[in-house]
Design a protein around this ligand. Structure first.
Ligand SMILES: CC(=O)N[C@@H]([C@@H](O)[C@H](O)[C@H](O)CO)[C@@H](O)CC(=O)C(=O)O
Length: 320
């Protein structure tokens, strides 16, 4: 059985794949990106080539190179680099899993194949098992994101007996709002040392109450520091302070969701906050509009998530 150096916990940034204006991957900024996450956001774990990283829009060779760059640039800086290796083709998924092991990644994650779909839990487990077997020394995480895959098999059901089939199974990345399902995953597996990583950033506090051991998300790229303050307050059992942080984060996410929020907009916000050019997304996604970026910038400033340019910008919704 795979035994990770230590359990994956705390915040995990779902990394963006930086691109140039002509649509090529901009590998040259990944080193700077690692330093930014560690030094400015206090985030030392990354989840590479997932939804935010447009993993399914990259070629297999691009995915391999992106994974290599994160592992190389993250060495001695990041705690864990988990590579998402899910694909529609089992063979491609296995190739990526094996590659992740070869380059020294700390874990692999897999989504359910979503075109020709597994029609029940056993079929899905069989698919995951075959992928996991290609990297038998790496911790394996199931990436549950039913709104995007369309696979509605409950995570609770999937976890039932999963280690008998997949001995390297180490945890769940749960990107869904069904807290009954999430809570039952935790409750029914209390004797096991699984990582329960929540993936809906705006609801993380509720998931912590349910027993989440960590979180993977897009906003930890630029709101990692604020979210870490929430985690600390929760640890200290200072629940009203933790709630204030969550509400503050929600105010921003709620604002951008109303404008239309997704991977493209995450790229624009991260460029704005970090100063590292993330570039446009790849088709079929469209670049975020100038109007979106201007509005997001004003909101970030008013919430105190970005430094003020002048005192008159201040207002009362600022979060401390
Ligand atoms: C659908 C989606 O992209 N969800 C994000 C969240 O971090 C999301 O952006 C955030 O909760 C804001 O809604 C993550 O769960 C995705 C993720 O972890 C990934 O990129 O693999």
């Amino acid at each position: 059985m795979a035994s990770p150096k230590k359990k994956l916990q705390g915040l995990v940034a779902a990394t963006i794949t930086p691109m140039t204006e002509n649509g090529e991957i901009n590998f040259s900024v990944i080193g700077q990106y690692v330093d930014y996450l560690v030094k400015e956001q206090g985030v030392k774990n990354v989840f590479v080539n997932g939804t935010t990283g447009e993993g399914l829009s990259l070629s297999i060779s691009e995915r391999r190179r992106v994974a290599e760059e994160w592992v190389t640039k993250g060495r001695n800086k990041l705690d864990q680099v988990v590579i998402h290796v899910g694909a529609l083709s089992l063979k491609e998924s296995q190739e990526l899993a094996q590659h992740a092991a070869e380059i020294g990644a700390d874990g692999i994650a897999v989504i359910a194949p979503f075109f020709l779909k597994p029609w029940n839990k056993d079929v899905l487990i069989n698919f995951l098992k075959e992928v996991a077997a290609a990297a038998p020394a790496l911790p394996f995480y199931y990436y549950h994101i039913p709104a995007l895959t369309g696979i509605k098999i409950r995570a609770e059901e999937l976890l039932d007996g999963i280690q008998d089939k997949i001995p390297t199974f180490q945890g769940l990345k749960f990107s869904d709002t069904d807290l009954l399902d999430f809570g039952q995953c935790v409750d029914q597996n209390r004797q096991r040392q699984f990582a329960f990583l929540f993936g809906v950033d705006e609801q993380l506090l509720s998931a912590l109450v349910m027993g989440a051991t960590g979180a993977v998300g897009s906003t930890y790229n630029y709101l990692g520091k604020k979210t870490n303050q929430m985690l600390e307050a929760f640890e200290q059992k200072d629940f009203s302070v933790a709630l204030n942080y969550q509400f503050c984060i929600q105010r921003f996410i709620n604002f951008v969701v109303k404008l239309g929020f997704g991977v493209s907009q995450t790229k624009a916000i991260m460029t704005l906050v970090s100063g590292i050019p993330m570039g446009p997304p790849r088709l079929p996604l469209q670049k975020a509009s100038r109007e979106f970026t201007d509005n997001a910038e004003a909101k970030l400033k008013s919430l105190n998530f970005l430094s003020f340019t002048s005192l008159k910008d201040r207002n009362l919704e600022a979060c401390s």
